[in-house]
Design a protein around this ligand. Structure first.
Ligand code: COA
Length: 160
């Protein structure tokens, strides 16, 4: 069952995020390369993105339940000026994956974005994520660009 998000779901969505994004997040890549930064580990940084999504557009967050348990979620953003909506985050717990829940969440998000007047929907993924090559094209998305993410520690700035 796919249902609307409620504020009391947030902690569970944060936990699902920490479990699901370990192999497929820029935040984890950064920690693997440079270690923990400041007071936040990679999971806390990634979970904060879900806080942002829920705060920005709670009506566009949808939750998948199986037997009363939250199995996954999807978040969306609306841009009423350019009419291009976005799907910033999507996750399904490993034990519920490959049962079509991700597909249902995307279908729900696309229907919501269309109903809200968006003309196009955008989604991003990392090259290291196996779902990018098959799942998103199968859901109707067309690849339009590849991006490279860089980072450097600022502590070495003065010793150059
Ligand atoms: C992406 C994700 C939400 C898909 O959820 P799901 O419920 O397993 O999705 P579905 O069962 O609807 O599967 C849809 C398709 O995705 C693809 N897919 C799913 N998991 C995959 C994997 N591990 N490797 C390759 N393809 C995969 C398959 O094409 C699959 O269709 P199929 O089962 O008919 O072959 C889930 O794998 C996940 O949470 N991954 C970690 C977080 C993540 O990558 N989020 C998206 C960031 S861009």
């Amino acid at each position: 069952m796919i249902r609307n998000y409620k504020a009391s779901d947030l902690q569970t969505l944060r936990q699902i995020t920490a479990i699901c994004f370990e192999k497929v997040s820029i935040d984890k890549n950064i920690e693997d390369r440079f270690g923990r930064i400041g007071d936040m580990n990679w999971a806390e940084r990634k979970m904060s993105h879900i806080d942002d999504d829920a705060a920005a557009n709670p009506d566009g967050v949808f939750v998948a339940e199986v037997g009363g348990e939250i199995a996954g979620y999807i978040t969306t953003r609306l841009n009423r000026s350019n009419q291009i909506g976005g799907i910033p985050n999507l996750a399904v717990l490993p034990q519920f994956q490959r049962r079509g829940i991700g597909r249902q969440l995307i279908e729900k998000a696309l229907a919501y974005l269309q109903a809200e007047g968006m003309l196009y929907a955008r989604i991003e993924t990392l090259e290291q994520n196996p779902v990018g090559t098959s799942f998103y094209p199968a859901m109707g998305f067309t690849e339009i660009a590849r991006q490279i993410h860089y980072i450097q520690p600022l502590s070495k700035l003065n010793s150059r």
